[in-house]
Structures are given as C-alpha cells and as structure tokens.
Write a protein that binds this ligand. Structure first.
Ligand code: ADP
Ligand code: SF4
Length: 697
C-alpha cells in the first residue's frame, strides 16, 4: 500500500486519509475504501444504457468499487416484473459490458452480483419451474406457485450455470464476481437455511451439508475466473428472526468460520432487505455494526458492510475500530454519487446526505428507473443527460423571484443560482424548508431535515441569492419585484373535508371544529381523546401522526379504507415495521373502513367490503386524505397578464406541490428540472431518451 499522505490533496482533512488507502481484494486492488455495494435500480437489463451511465457516474464520483444489482444467471431465476440485471447468455453479457466500460473509464473496479432467486422466482416471463432445496412455496407475496426440490443432477446443472455466468462476467470485464447468499433472496441462502432446506442428502441436515453448495460455488468460481477476478461472498450473518433464521452468534458466525479465508472478500449484512435497507425512521446510521463486527476477527480477507454511512468520521471509526475494511454504501451513493470525491477535496458540507426514506427502493418495486429524494439526477444520467455535479451554462442573465422555500423552491434556487442567475427566494414562514421542516419534527423523521439543510447551506455560499423569510408574497409584491421570471413553489395544504380516494364528496360533519388537519396539529391545535386518524393517503403521514398522538398520551384509532395501514410504504420496505410499531404502541388499527359522517362525538364508519355501518367514539378526527395546491397567487397573477408583462415578467411557472401535490422527491425533482430546463429548447418528440427493443434479430 502506498503512503496516502504522499498523494493527499491539500484540501483533504488528514483524519480521513485512511479512507483513501488502496486495498487488495484477491487479484485486484481497489483504489480506496469506498465500495458501492449491489443495489437495484429499476433499469437493469431493460435499460442498459441508462443503467451503465448511472454506474459510471458513481465511478466518476470516486467509488473504488461499483457493483451491479442482483444479476439473474438463468431463466429459472427470472425476477420479472422486477427489472434486475440479467446474464442468461452472451447477448446479455454484451449489455453488461456497457457497465464495465463506464466504470473502468473512471478508474474503478466493476463488481457483479451473480444471483439465482431460488424459491422466490415465480418465473412469470420465462415460465420455468422455480427451484429450491426442498418442495416449498415462496415466502414472499401470494403467487400461486411452488418451487420444486432440486435433484442432484439439477444441483450440478446449477453449478454449471453459475460457472458459465462467472466466465461471461469476466469476459464482460468485471473485476469482482459475487457469490450471493443474502436477503433470503438467493438459492444459495435457501440451501443454508433449515426453514427452507429439509433435504436428507449431503446438501441438507448438518450445517456442513447445508454450506456445501456455497463452498462448491466459491471453489467453482475461483477455479473459473479467480486468476484475474476477485471472488466476493455476500452473506446474511443475521436475519433478526430468532432461532428460525441465521443469527450472528449462531450459524451466521459458524458459516464465516467454516469459510473464513476461502473468498477474497466478505460482504456481510443483516437480512432481509427491509433490515438491510431499514429506513431512518427505524434504524440509525451504523446500525448493523453489532451484527457484523465479528467477521473481521475471523477472516484475514477484507470485509465490506453497510450502515447508511454519510459521516466521514463514522466511516473512519468503522475502519479504526476494526469493524470494516470497506465502507459499503448503496443509498449514500445514490443520494450523492460524489461522496468520496467530496471528502477527498475537503467539501464535507457539500455532501448530499441520504435521508433514509427509501424512495429509491420504490423504483425497484414499481419496475421503473430509480429516483432519489436528495439526488434528483439519479436515474436521469443517460435519458436526460443530467449530471449530479454539472449544470448547463446559462443562456442569458435572468432575475428570478421564487415564492416558497420548501423542497421545490430551495432546489430550484440552488440550481438557478449555480447557473449564475440572480435569485430572490421568499417564504412566508419563519424558517426554510416548508413541509420538510414541519414533517421532520414528527417521530422518526428528523433525518428528513437534510433535504432543507443541504440546500440551505449551499445557498449561503452563493453570492447571487437573497433569501427573505417572514415574507408573504402577494401579487402586488411580485409586480414590484423587478423579476424577469417568477417561480411559484407555494406548496399545498391538507384537505379538511375527508375527500380523497374513498370519498369523492365532502364527509357530512367534517366542517366542525373537532376535525383537524395535519397542519392544525403542526400549529399546536389540541386533539382530544379518543382521536381517530382517517388515513386515505396511505403513505407515511397518517401512521406517523397516529404514532405522535399515541405517544402524546391519546387513545388513538388509525382508520383506513386500505387492507393494511400505510399501504404504500410496502414500496419503501417499511409497512411491516410501521404496522408493528402502531400495534406495539397500542394504536387500534381499523382496516377496510371508510368514514360516513361525524357528529362531534361519534364517527359513522362503514366496512368497505360489506357496507356494514357502525358508530365509533371520536372527540377529534384527523384527516389525512388529499391536499389542495396553494394556487391562489398563481390565479391572481394569471388574471392580470397585461400588468405582469408590463412589469417585465417573461414567465410565471408553478412547480412542486402547488402544481400537483406529491412526494418530497417529486418536489425536489420539479425544482431541479425547472432550474435546468427552463431555457432549454423543448423537444416534444423525445422529452427524454428511450431505449428501444432491438428488432434486428
Ligand atoms: P413544495 O413541497 O412544493 O416545496 P412546501 O409546502 O414544502 O412545497 O413549501 C411551500 C412553501 O411556500 C412554504 O414554506 C410556505 O410558507 C411558502 N408559501 C406559500 N405561499 C406563499 C406566499 N404567498 N408567499 C411566501 N411564501 C409562501
Ligand atoms: Fe437515501 Fe431516500 Fe435517496 Fe434512497 S431516496 S438514497 S433513502 S435520500
């Protein structure tokens, strides 16, 4: 290893030198300790150019190793409709070469996670029979299929598929080849687990037998490609399901002991995926340490682990204390692909820290390109040509007035100011951040403040931005502002009348004083027990408010027309944890129920399936159903086109929640998009680049 001090740029804080030491992994050397572990992205095999560009930007941002997501190695591991990587044949390898080229172009190593989903693969597209160690149903979803117990011949075939995939991966240019046994999403892990493996042959029964397949695959892969490629094992060392699963003090540890120095690298984590990628609401930075710290004491090979690390001090501590050799990151590398480069050049304040919201995961769950709350360029690198650190030069000088400093207004101001425009940002509130500031005061959401703080800190560094707080903006003020362009980012407010998905008309009685909106609660209006939170929004807010009201001492009912509380949070891996927390706190959860009317003391409710009605005691009803865009200012200005033109205003544009209420991620995206695109010639024929099916063969 070279002396990092010899090459240290003057801007880098000496404390962080250790992060920039090169580390050998078998036959290859990583240039530093920043390791982008495999993560899904909703682009996978279907959008290879977009996928490659995204990985290339990570390499450009300084990550030493950039990995794919799980890459299916055979048609019997078809994860459709999810869009993962695919390496069924040579033609798939050609598409993956785009990734290795993009990663190598910036001096990083490319890693591939070869995967067979085993009992979890319904094979909707390939229509192959699912394979597993024993006859079993899938533990995920309710798909009416079973996996068949593999014969020994099929185990031999599986080893050949894996070997062939490794050889193809090497030919495609990958430097690190993963043998994947984690998240309960891998055939190899299914063989490890007694709950899935009830075989009576040499692949079942004792731990030695259950580990046999993993050991064989490591040997096979080393034999096939180990001369030039490093062989990594990704292993769940803990599943947090007690004796039924792998435990870090039990078989999780024993497996590492049995294989200690066999792979070139250990990538260890806590499974399932919802534990590994726990949201900030349920797990702090570095939460996996107690489960994975034993690994380095057993093996002499480098160890990578994750923990939503965004603080360089926390990263250094992991290395110094001998917990990890590599700082593994999926989400922090999504929120800021340039995280290593920013530490290297001493721009710690410029790191766009992940907020742990898992909107990125929702891309995978909806089989659409990844998106990120903090990084609006994520997934847009190829199709829109967006770079997280570069913006197009301005075409001409403009003077902007931005009304509203929530996520949309803040991001818009940041982008426009970086492009060199004069920006004035005004907000009626006493603080920046809009809804993010308000929501980050709710239980478990404090990390969301980072959406505001990152942008606010950037704005203070830009001389061409003036920020005005406590400044309600009227149409007269807009006319007097001497702006050439006006951006309205005035947000939205929750409806009080109960209208949402289940009710298209106002609910009788919801106009009374005992009905509160989330904004009423933020403003300190008192609720009285029993409180019913009517959640027809289905994302996080209804559940979070129920939690807050319950911890404030109220009797709380969460009532929802959906079959489960906070139903959309399935897409952010949180639904089960939210449900559990509500029940453990003593919140009564009523599902499949709609509201009918309210008389101030009792709420009429009806079963959404049978229509059967009943009465429920309620002193306060909190409605979380839908939002009204704050469009009054836009309407006023639209009514006086001659006056706005005479004032020199060329355009007035509504962005974010005042355009159409949505996620914080959507508001940030809208702000970014306007800032980047307002002066670019639109191309209605192709608003973004698409990847077309190859019809040549
Ligand atoms: P978004 O998510 O679209 O950014 P938010 O609701 O988070 O929207 O933020 C909107 C911000 O706009 C709030 O901070 C609010 O105080 C501010 N705002 C709304 N109307 C006005 C106005 N007329 N003048 C100044 N600020 C306003
Ligand atoms: Fe982090 Fe949220 Fe971005 Fe995912 S979407 S990387 S959790 S900020």
């Amino acid at each position: 290893m070279s002396d990092p001090a010899a090459t240290r740029p003057s801007a880098r804080d000496r404390r962080f030198d250790v992060l920039f030491e090169p580390v050998r992994i078998g036959p290859v050397v990583a240039r530093n300790r920043f390791f982008q572990v495999p993560h899904c992205n909703g682009m996978g095999h279907a959008r290879p150019r977009a996928h490659a560009a995204m990985r290339g930007v990570k390499a450009e941002g300084g990550w030493a190793v950039v990995s794919t997501e799980e890459v299916e190695i055979h048609p019997s591991s078809d994860l459709s409709p999810y869009v993962e990587g695919r390496l069924w044949d040579d033609r798939d390898a050609a598409a993956l070469t785009l990734i290795t080229d993009a990663v190598h172009a910036h001096g990083a190593l490319a890693a591939i996670e070869l995967a067979h989903g085993g009992i979890n693969t319904p094979n909707h597209y390939s229509r192959e029979t699912a394979l597993g160690p024993s006859h079993t149903v899938s533990p995920y979803g309710y798909a009416p299929f079973q996996a068949r117990a593999m014969t020994k011949r099929e185990i031999r075939e599986f080893r050949q598929w894996h070997r062939a995939a490794a050889i193809r991966a090497k030919r495609a240019g990958f430097d690190v080849i993963y043998v994947y046994a984690a998240h309960d999403l891998s055939l190899i892990m299914h063989f490890l687990l007694p709950r899935h493996n009830q075989r009576r042959d040499e692949y079942g029964g004792s731990l030695d037998n259950r580990v046999r397949l993993l050991r064989e695959l490591i040997d096979d892969t080393k034999d096939a490609v180990g001369d030039t490629c490093a062989i990594a094992v990704r292993l769940a060392v803990e599943e947090r399901r007690g004796e039924e699963g792998l435990e870090h003090a039990g078989e999780g540890r024993a497996i590492v002991e049995m294989l200690a120095d066999l792979p070139d690298l250990w990538d260890v984590n806590v499974s399932g995926w919802s534990n590994d990628s726990a949201t900030s609401r349920f797990a702090p930075e570095g939460s996996q340490e107690p489960f994975v710290s034993f690994v380095k004491r057993i093996t002499g090979k480098p160890v990578v682990g994750v923990g939503r690390f965004t603080s360089p001090d926390a990263m250094v501590a992991q290395i110094r204390r001998g917990v990890l050799d590599f700082i593994g990151a999926a989400r922090p590398s999504i929120a800021d692909p340039f995280l290593p480069a920013k530490i290297e050049r001493g721009d710690i304040d410029d790191i766009r820290e992940c907020i742990g919201c898992n909107v990125c995961v929702s891309g995978d769950y909806t089989a659409t390109p990844i998106r990120c709350t903090q990084n609006p360029t994520m997934g847009e690198e190829w199709r829109k040509g967006w770079h997280p650190e570069k913006l197009p030069p301005k075409i001409r000088d403009e003077r902007f007035l931005i009304v509203g400093a929530g996520p949309a207004g803040l991001e818009c101001a940041r982008v426009l100011a970086l492009r060199g425009h004069e920006v004035r940002l005004a907000d009626a509130a006493h603080e920046l951040g809009g809804r993010v500031t308000l929501e980050s005061r709710l239980p478990g959401l404090s990390a969301w403040r980072r959406v505001r703080d990152y942008r606010a800190s950037r704005l203070t560094k830009l001389p061409n931005v003036d920020v005005y707080l406590d400044s309600p903006v009227t149409s007269e003020l807009v006319l007097d502002a001497d702006a050439t362009r006006v951006v309205l980012a005035t947000g939205a407010r929750w409806r009080r009348d109960g209208v949402g998905r289940a009710n298209r008309r106002a609910v009788p009685g919801f106009d009374g004083p005992a009905v509160l909106t989330p904004e009423d609660l933020y403003a300190g209006r008192a609720a009285h027990s029993p409180v019913v939170v009517f959640d027809d929004d289905h994302y996080y807010l209804g559940g979070v408010l129920a939690e807050r009201l319950r911890t404030d001492g109220h009797d709380v009912v969460l009532l929802t027309p959906a079959a489960i509380p906070s139903a959309w949070t399935v897409n952010t891996l949180e639904q089960a944890a939210i449900h559990r927390r509500l029940l453990e706190l003593g919140v009564r959860v009523l599902v499949n129920r709609n509201v009918v009317d309210f008389d101030g003391t009792e709420l009429g409710i009806a079963c959404t399936i049978t229509g059967r009605e009943e009465r429920l005691a309620a002193a306060t009803v909190v409605t979380v159903t839908a939002r009204w865009p704050n469009e009054a200012l836009a309407e006023e200005l639209a009514a006086i086109p001659e006056r706005t033109a005479a004032a020199g205003i060329v355009s007035i544009t509504s962005i974010g929640d005042c355009d159409a209420p949505g996620t914080i991620a959507a508001a940030v995206y809208a702000g970014h998009r306007f800032g980047r695109e307002f002066d670019q010639p639109p191309n209605p024929a192709e608003p973004f680049r698409r990847e077309y099916p190859d019809l040549d063969r």
